[in-house]
Structures are given as structure tokens and as C-alpha cells.
Design a protein around this ligand. Structure first.
Ligand code: PHB
Length: 558
């Protein structure tokens, strides 16, 4: 979206404006910039960039590594607040996913964002042939199938704003998710297409974004008759012409949007009966003391007003889509005057809208990191935590997943000690004699574990390997009960390792983390007293980020 050049209102909180600017520039740069690049991209002084990034790092929104700043998974809590307040992904996502499965084509949901469209859900079929958009990506309305449908509701002001944007940015350079517009006149007929979209009730994108990409879109209307979002089926000309997409897919897409509309009509709206303020669940509590503590710990570098301002966004959520100033103050624990200035600033920045004394989040909240972070993998979440663990215990730390009868390493931070030099990312080892394998097998649903045991043919790899099925069953039960597994020289003489499971937001074991060492380094008892607590806090930190990241996106574990 073209930058807004309007000057901030006098009450605006300058550090909050700067913090949001830093997050936007990092998002546009696909998630990372060096601090000097950030200085150039934001026009801020280096000392300001340092303080803003230090504050964002303290919040877990940015990770600093040498001279580089990276967006960090916890930042997704801001986009999550918007998506949960919006409710559409939770209510309609499974319908979109089911349609994608039936058609074996990608299906997306998009909302209107100014004169653009922004994705709020993606059921993506991975195909190399064309671009695939991410949750939070913004596209110019006139180059998409949903655009003309949304434009049916535009008033004169909306059309004028659209024209100003097109004139100011004839190549669509402000829309980083799409290739540049080659013909500046392309899309100028949007009004004509909006007329057609109104008549037909659907619209086709015949390669408006890039050659080969075709999409068919149908609106999903709320009970007020307005378009709540648009569902699109996206394909490639190697599988569908625009024409065949309409012929074969339109009836099914319409059936799905019909089901989506019934879903919206039957979804209870608790806020209709009870004002949000009275149904306020516990706040992102202790904010005042948390920011105070941060200030004490990192001193002048920590900008309290930035941290507080961003936290205002997390006051919103499911059944908290519309909040009064008092509700925001109550939820965040901020003084009314502080909350008010933060809201005014966020409104100026386009992240919040105000109406009738209450506030809502806008789709622009997704521009704070969501698109690049929505592609985060469990390995990338784990890696910095494994590195920190290795620094603390001075032994190698690894992340692995179960792959059939084996564990597969997906992330690893090794010490320089000469041991296991042949274990790298991708290495597979038998699961039954490995600490990682044992917590992964212990985390299988009971029938799967029983089935695994029935077919397992464990061999002795050392003099210590447990090979009996009954004994292994007992070992797995113990690992499940204890929440860890300590394996002593069963995989390799001289190798001792201790592992802990990693659970997703639903409580399912999806991976495991271990620390492996030479048996002369620590006794088994020392592993429990010295390493296990470190391992557990590492996994708690990984899980916290995984749960934030996995709330509206699927996080690949391998
Ligand atoms: C998409 O979801 O990738 C998509 C949707 C509509 C379009 C183009 C792409 O017009």
C-alpha cells in the first residue's frame, strides 16, 4: 500500500510510529535486514534503530543476530489477534480446505483492504508452476478475481482513492507480492469489471497477475448482505483454462460459499448480547510490571511506550473484535490516557479503525510480519533456542521428527567436541535405541504405538541396547510418564543422551529435542539435575513460539 504521508496527530506516540515502521520495512524485506539497511529503509537514526530493535527483541518480535535483525515468530500474535477477532478463518477455513482437497487446487480467502485485497486464509497445493500467496499478502484489486467483487461496494471516494494510487504507482511497485505491472493501462477498466461482477456474482482472473495463473472468485456474504470475504479457486493454465475453470469449478465453489454463508448465519455472536467490556477475559496481564522490569534490565534501550502501544493490538481477539477505550485499558492494564494515545497512533498508522467510540483492528495488522512468518518451519523456530541451549550446556542439541521406524534430524547445533560428527540435518537413525526416538514413539497415539511395537525388530547395537518388546513397551511407558527419555550407550558405546518431546497447540507430540554427550561428561544423575531443566525450558520456549505460529498457519515440522 502506498505510504501515508499525512503527519501524525499531535498526540501520536512517536516511538510506536517508529516501531511499526521498522516492522513494516522488515516485512517488506521478507523478514530480515541488516541494521544499516534498516537505518536507510526507515530514515531513522542508527541509535533509534538500535533502541527500537532492542525493544522489539525483548518482546520476542525481532531476533538480533550480529548486525542483522530478523522478524521472530512471536510477532505473529499481532496478526493472530486480527484473524481471531475477524473470526472468518476459524469459521470458514475448514470449508476452504475441504474444497481444496476435493478439487486438488489451491483455495484462498481474501478480505478487502482499501483498494487492495488481502489474504486471510490459504489452502495451498504446492506446485512449482506459479506464485502462491501467503496469508497477509496484499494485491491490487484490479489484478485479482476478488477485486471486482469488492469494488461493487465502492463509493466515489473509494474509486478516487484507487485512481490516485494507480497514478502514483503505475507499476504496482507498492505491492511486493506481485510482479510489476507491465502495461500501465492494464486494469483501468475495473469499473466495467465490477459491473460484470455484480451481474454474474462471480469473477475470473485470467492471468492478470502473471502468465499461467487463473483464479475464480465468489463472494461470501455476511448476514448484513455485505461481502465478508471472497473465496477463490486458483489454478494454472496447464490444468484449467479460464473457461474450464468456470465450467467445472463454479458450481462447487458456489456450493462451498453457500455453506460458508450458512456457517456465518448460524455462528453465535456473543458480542451482540453482551458488550465486550463486560465479557473481558483475563488481560495480557502484568504489562506494566513487565515493561518496568524490561526497562530495569536493559535500561535506556528499552522503549516502554513502543512495547505498550503494540500490546494494545493483542487486547483484541475472538469475541473481542470491537473494544471501547475502557475495555482496551482494562485488558492491557494501561492507564486510559496511555491506551488512548496508543489507539490514536495505531489509527493514524491504519492498524485500527474507530467508530461510535469503539475500536477494531484492520487487515493492515497483517502487514506487521505475517506473510514472511507464515512460512516459518519448526526447525527455524527451534534453531536459535538450540544454539542457546548448546551455549548453556556445552553439548550438542538436536531437533528430530519420527519418520517411520527412524528419527530424522531436522535441526542441530553441535559443539566442537569430536563426537557424532556424522550426524547432520537429514540424518536418520533407528528410533528404538535413541532418546529422541523414545519420546517420539512414546508420543504416538496408543494404537499406533502398539502397532509399532508389534512389528518392531530391535537389534542390539551395543551391549546395553534394550531389545525385548516387553521391556521396550515399559521403557516407552516410562518416557511418556516422565516426559523425558535418558538413553545410556544403547545406540553407541560412550554416548549418553536425554530427550524431551515437543508438542503442538493441540498437545500432539510433533518432534523431540535432545542433548547428546560423551558418557564421561556427566553421570546419568547429572543429566537429570543439570541438563533436563535446561532442556525443558528450551522446549517450553520452542513450544510457545510454535503455538503462536501454528494458530492460523500449518507449520511444517520437517
Ligand atoms: C490466490 O489465492 O493465490 C489468488 C486468488 C485470486 C487471484 C489470484 C490468486 O485472482
Amino acid at each position: 500500500m502506498p505510504p501515508t504521508h499525512t503527519t501524525p496527530p499531535t498526540e501520536a506516540v512517536t516511538p510506536l510510529v517508529r516501531g511499526v515502521t521498522v516492522l513494516r520495512r522488515l516485512t517488506e524485506a521478507d523478514g530480515s535486514l541488516s541494521l544499516s539497511e534498516l537505518e536507510r529503509a526507515t530514515g531513522l537514526a542508527r541509535s533509534t534503530v538500535d533502541r527500537v530493535t532492542a525493544t522489539l527483541a525483548r518482546m520476542g518480535y525481532v531476533r538480533l543476530d550480529g548486525r542483522d535483525a530478523f522478524l521472530a515468530p512471536r510477532l505473529m500474535e499481532l496478526g493472530n489477534a486480527y484473524l481471531s477477532a475477524l473470526r472468518l478463518p476459524a469459521l470458514l477455513g475448514t470449508h476452504a480446505d475441504a474444497l481444496a482437497d476435493t478439487l486438488d487446487e489451491s483455495v484462498s480467502l481474501a478480505v478487502a483492504d482499501g483498494d487492495g485485497i488481502r489474504f486471510i486464509h490459504q489452502a495451498t497445493r504446492r506446485r512449482a508452476m506459479s506464485l502462491s500467496f501467503r496469508i497477509g499478502d496484499l494485491l491490487p484489486a484490479e489484478r485479482t478475481a476478488p477485486g471486482p467483487l469488492f469494488a461493487t461496494a465502492w463509493d466515489e471516494q473509494d474509486w478516487a482513492r484507487w485512481q490516485v494510487r494507480r497514478d502514483a504507482d503505475p507499476m504496482d511497485r507498492c505491492f511486493l507480492a506481485v510482479p510489476p505491472r507491465e502495461d500501465p493501462a492494464a486494469g483501468q477498466d475495473l469499473a466495467l469489471r465490477a459491473g460484470l461482477a455484480r451481474e454474474q456474482g462471480w469473477f475470473l482472473d485470467d492471468q492478470l497477475i502473471e502468465p499461467g495463473l487463473v483464479a475464480l472468485a465468489v463472494p461470501v456474504r455476511g448476514t448484513d448482505g455485505r461481502i465478508a470475504c471472497v473465496a477463490s479457486v486458483v489454478s494454472h493454465t496447464s490444468r484449467h483454462s479460464a473457461e474450464s475453470l468456470r465450467e467445472t469449478v463454479l458450481p462447487r465453489l458456489r456450493a462451498t460459499t453457500g455453506a460458508m454463508e450458512r456457517e456465518l448465519a448460524s455462528a453465535p455472536r456473543p458480542t451482540d448480547e453482551a458488550p465486550a467490556a463486560s465479557s473481558t477475559p483475563p488481560a495480557p496481564s502484568g504489562l506494566a510490571s513487565w515493561t518496568g522490569e524490561s526497562k530495569r534490565q536493559i535500561g535506556r534501550e528499552f522503549i516502554e511506550s513502543l512495547a505498550r502501544g503494540l500490546t494494545v493490538l493483542t487486547a483484541f481477539g475472538e469475541d473481542r473484535d470491537e473494544l471501547t477505550l475502557s475495555a482496551v485499558a482494562e485488558a492491557t492494564g494501561l492507564a486510559r490516557a496511555t491506551a488512548r494515545r496508543a489507539l490514536i497512533t495505531l489509527e493514524h498508522l491504519g492498524c485500527v479503525t474507530a467508530r461510535d467510540r469503539s475500536f477494531r483492528l484492520t487487515p493492515q495488522v497483517l502487514a506487521l510480519g505475517f506473510p514472511p512468518l507464515s512460512r516459518t518451519t519448526l526447525s527455524s523456530i527451534a534453531l536459535p533456542h538450540l544454539a542457546a541451549l548448546t551455549r548453556r550446556v556445552h553439548d550438542s542439541a538436536s531437533l528430530a521428527v519420527l519418520a517411520g521406524d527412524e528419527v530424522q534430524y531436522t535441526a542441530r547445533v553441535a559443539t566442537s567436541r569430536i563426537m557424532n560428527v556424522n550426524i547432520t540435518v537429514g540424518t536418520r537413525l533407528p528410533a528404538y535405541p535413541a532418546s529422541l526416538g523414545r519420546v517420539l514413539l512414546a508420543g504416538l497415539p496408543a494404537p499406533a504405538r502398539t502397532a509399532w511395537l508389534a512389528q518392531a525388530e530391535p537389534e542390539a547395537l551395543t551391549a546395553h541396547t534394550v531389545t525385548g518388546r516387553t521391556e521396550l513397551a515399559a521403557v516407552l511407558e516410562r518416557a511418556e510418564h516422565d516426559g523425558y527419555s535418558l538413553v545410556d550407550e544403547e545406540l553407541e558405546e560412550g554416548l549418553r543422551a536425554i530427550a524431551v518431546p515437543v508438542r503442538d497447540g493441540a498437545g500432539q507430540v510433533v518432534a523431540a529435542v535432545n542433548v547428546a554427550m560423551h558418557s564421561s561428561r556427566r553421570t546419568p544423575q547429572e543429566c537429570l539435575t543439570d541438563v533436563l531443566p535446561e532442556l525443558r525450558s528450551t522446549v517450553a520456549a520452542i513450544e510457545a513460539e510454535l503455538h503462536v505460529t501454528g494458530r492460523f498457519t500449518r507449520v511444517p515440522v520437517a
